[in-house]
Ligand binder design. Sequence first.
Ligand code: NAP
Length: 274
Amino acid sequence: MPTIVITGASDGIGAAGARQLKGRGHDVVLVGRNQAKTAALARELNAPFHTADYTRLSDVKRLAAELGELGRIDVLVNNAGGIMGPRELTADGFEKSFQVNHLAAFLLTRLLLPRLVASRARVIQTASAAANMFGGRFDTADLNNERNYTPLGAYGRSKLANILFTRELDRRHHADGLAAVAFHPGVVRTNFASETTPMMRLVYHSPLKYLLPLSPARSAQRLVRLAEGAPGTDWQPGACYAGQRPMKVVYQDDGTAARLLWEQSEAFVKPWLA
Ligand SMILES: NC(=O)c1ccc[n+]([C@@H]2O[C@H](COP(=O)([O-])OP(=O)(O)OC[C@H]3O[C@@H](n4cnc5c(N)ncnc54)[C@H](OP(=O)(O)O)[C@@H]3O)[C@@H](O)[C@H]2O)c1
């Protein structure tokens, strides 16, 4: 059975996806931030687990070394993420939304590339339609959001980065046998806005949350469909899906921004690649 690694698996869409994939017979490997929460799900599913806090790239490097011990990785689901609060730098010196939602997953994928290519893996990115709503002013010269920071703006740009990273990963490594795809999980009743503005917390962390259209379990069906689907047949490599169809991405890129994002990200994580 395929081995599927899911980050952000301790809660929300990742946890629901892990439950469904395990129930369908896959070997699921859980990655969470919180030891107790991740261990509890690991016990429930009788699955191995790892932890890493994406605000620390040294954690991501250790995680990649641990995951490198797996014989193969058939699917890597880069799902960990959330909306942050006021602008903050991590201990590594990067703006927190950019690091947690994009750079950490970039580093993990980059470190695992030999294993992913050897496994002819699929790499799935949990992106968001927020890329279209709030991802304006995406600027590869300002990836750390020094100008015009708002929590939603930085979140939208980090989710656009997920989409551009998916395209560039697929462009660079499709010929090696790897395939990448991103998806918008819908508007889902989860905790992902727990660290952000009062307005978003009100929507996601009050009884109002039950007005949000999707349960994590419903949303995770999108993840399962991509994880089990065949690239080129069931989904278009390099695309970002919303439901069954590729999502129109408002931000126009002829490939230059995707390439610059990759090059900048690679330069940023260089100390952790050695
Ligand atoms: N919910 C929505 O409406 C929605 C819409 C579009 C896209 N998304 C995307 O869906 C993905 C999953 O989010 P969710 O809605 O399922 O929210 P969630 O229930 O809060 O789950 C987020 C997961 O990411 C982990 N995480 C958060 N910060 C982390 C960090 N610094 N280091 C490592 N892991 C971290 C969380 O760990 P803890 O358990 O320790 O918090 C949790 O496992 C995110 O990428 C989000 O951007 C969600």
